[in-house]
Design a protein around this ligand. Structure first.
Ligand code: NG1
Ligand code: ZN
Length: 558
């Protein structure tokens, strides 16, 4: 019929490259942008349209980004109605469509329609699918958006193009659209709506407290830069009891600077361009500040990644030594603050508060949460969809990956208790109002660097903590992460939240052997979900032992 032939026709400029196999992974599809990603994006338009129909015309999101990866890369992922990641079962349909030749798009679409939308509720031709989409600042973005629109047009999808957004802002828009008429609307589905919601919540959550000194934010020369500048227009500034933010690495005019900083060095009449990396991924993996950073000792600094869904904090001490406050630290700070407010508000015993981590969380953070904060900890496989899912099992679930991707989820029970509890004192009232503001300040759809940054600032201000005070809560175990290139990473099958290898046979026993010989040793190996490699993590009481253990485990998998 008409739709089938339009699907084939509109695909013409976006052929399936020969000899490539695409797979929807932890972060959707991600690759060099000019190696056929436009074909993949075209296919993802079809997935989004089908998904919208399947969910009774709910609005589905499509985000074009490759986060912290190089500027030549790009990627695409689908956002489900509540702003979470595409349901796992559908990753397979996305993979199937992405590997479909243009001539067969009509047939595969028809087959998926018959398989997925058979019941009469999903009247394929009478009701429209709804999709919203956005992209980051990468140069390949506009061309990919064109490919996306081409398939959406073929299917007569009703869509909104949000232009350039951070990934979490797009998730926010999706959830706003789908909760418009619900008892708990998420907010206004516009950029201004997003900033206003966050700024108002920030003012309320601060409760007149002051933030000491200023915060330097490295935006990785990505989309977070312009969006943070916009957000600042809504936030009270330093002269107004607000927040004093210094924005660095906010150049999006040169898209090739994404995740990099370019410095001009002039010496002996020669000028030289020096290129360094920046952003959250660099800071976390290299354990050092971006080279251009000129922060003074004990000044708060943070880095976002290329699409502003990850954040890590750091500072240098008076010996210029670097100290990282990563996702584990943000999780403990947030959980501690929220649990405290709940106790002060008199609702602590009514709420089940917990923290969700992955095996990459530093063992010292896990011990601190369990033994000092006395909160339960859950461990899930890598990838935020697993953490997000597990966090829903708590009334208030705090989840973060060590690399700085995470958020806090409040379930209906928690929100009802916060909103309906009758305060018995001004102290209880303040704490309840702070908690209520946090439910808006925190982007509960997905991990959001801008939102997590304000949450961190609020928590530090309430405690009157310097970054050093925050650092002093526990001492990280020395650790080492190595990437091992292997002939076939698919032979590595991990179990028990990826903490143990089930195959190849015998590998785990050898890892256990080395771990048992190490003081406070813990180590694991797993196949990466985003790169063609195996990752080895090891920690121990000393840096030397952690390194040694990592090398021993790397030898086991090599
Ligand atoms: P892989 O490549 O599966 O280890 C990486 C990160 C994850 C997550 C995903 C998605 C580490 C060790 N792994 O996954 O935490 O962020 O990318 O982007 O940092
Ligand atoms: Zn990212």
């Amino acid at each position: 019929d008409e739709v089938k032939s339009a699907l084939v026709q509109n695909a013409a400029p976006y052929p399936l490259p020969e000899g490539k196999r695409f797979q929807y992974g932890t972060a959707g599809f991600r690759m060099k942008a000019d190696l056929g990603l436009d074909h993949v994006v075209y296919a993802v338009g079809i997935v989004a349209a089908l998904r919208s129909k399947r969910r009774n015309e709910a609005t589905i999101g499509v985000m074009i980004t490759a986060s912290h990866n190089p500027a030549e890369d790009n990627g695409v992922k689908v956002v489900d109605p509540m702003g979470d990641m595409l349901e796992q079962e559908w990753e397979e349909y996305a993979t199937k469509l992405a590997n479909t030749e243009n001539a067969l798009f009509g047939d595969v679409y028809e087959k998926l329609t018959n398989d997925l939308l058979v019941d009469p509720v999903h009247q394929v031709h009478t009701r429209k699918s709804r999709v919203v989409f956005a992209r980051d600042t990468r140069a390949s973005g506009p061309h990919l958006i064109k490919a996306l629109k081409a398939s959406l047009d073929a299917l007569h999808v009703e869509y909104t193009d949000y232009g350039i957004l951070t990934t979490p802002m797009l998730h926010h828009m999706v959830r706003c659209h789908n909760t418009k008429n619900s008892p708990r609307p998420f907010g206004e589905a516009s950029e201004a709506g997003y900033y206003k919601k966050m700024a108002n919540a920030f003012k309320k959550a601060m409760y007149g407290r002051k933030i000491k000194g200023h915060l330097t934010v490295d935006c990785a020369n990505g989309v977070g830069g312009p969006k943070l500048h916009d957000l600042l227009k809504y936030l009270p500034n330093a002269s107004n009891d607000g927040i004093d933010i210094k924005v660095v690495n906010d150049d999006v005019i040169k898209p090739e600077a994404l995740n990099y900083e370019v410095m001009l060095s002039v010496a002996c009449n020669n000028s030289l361009l020096i290129i360094f990396q920046c952003g959250a991924d660099y800071v976390k993996t290299k354990q050092r500040a971006p080279p251009s950073s000129n922060a003074v000792p004990f000044e708060r600094c943070c880095s976002l990644d290329g699409d502003a869904d990850r954040i890590v904090y750091y500072f240098i001490d008076d010996n210029k030594e670097f100290h990282l406050l990563d996702g584990d630290r943000i999780a403990t700070l947030a959980a501690n603050f929220i649990a405290d407010q709940a106790r002060i508000a008199g609702i602590g015993d009514k709420l089940k508060i917990g923290v969700v981590q992955t095996a990459y969380a530093n063992g010292a953070s896990t011990e601190y949460i369990q033994k000092v904060m006395k909160l339960p900890v859950d461990c899930t496989p890598t990838g935020v969809k697993h953490l997000h899912h597990a966090a829903k099992r708590f009334d208030i679930g705090v989840y973060f990956e060590a690399n700085g991707h995470g958020t806090v989820l409040f379930n209906d029970n928690a929100i009802d208790i916060i909103k309906s509890h009758d305060p018995q004192s001004p102290g209880q009232k303040h704490a309840l109002e702070s908690l209520d503001a946090l439910t808006d300040l925190i982007n509960q759809a997905v991990g959001d660097a801008l939102s997590d940054m304000l949450l961190t600032e609020v928590a530090l201000a309430h405690r009157a903590w310097s970054p050093q005070d925050w650092m002093n809560t526990y001492i990280d175990l020395p650790n080492k992460l190595v990437r091992v290139v292997v002939p076939d990473r698919n032979v590595f099958k991990a179990v028990d939240a990826e903490r143990r290898l089930e195959s190849p046979a015998g590998a785990q026993a050898r890892i256990d052997h080395y771990v048992n010989l190490t003081n406070r040793g813990r180590a694991f190996a797993r196949a990466s979900g985003t790169e063609d490699a195996v990752r080895v993590y090891a920690e121990a009481h000393s840096a030397r032992d952690a390194e040694k253990l990592a090398n021993q485990v790397a030898e086991v998998v090599e």
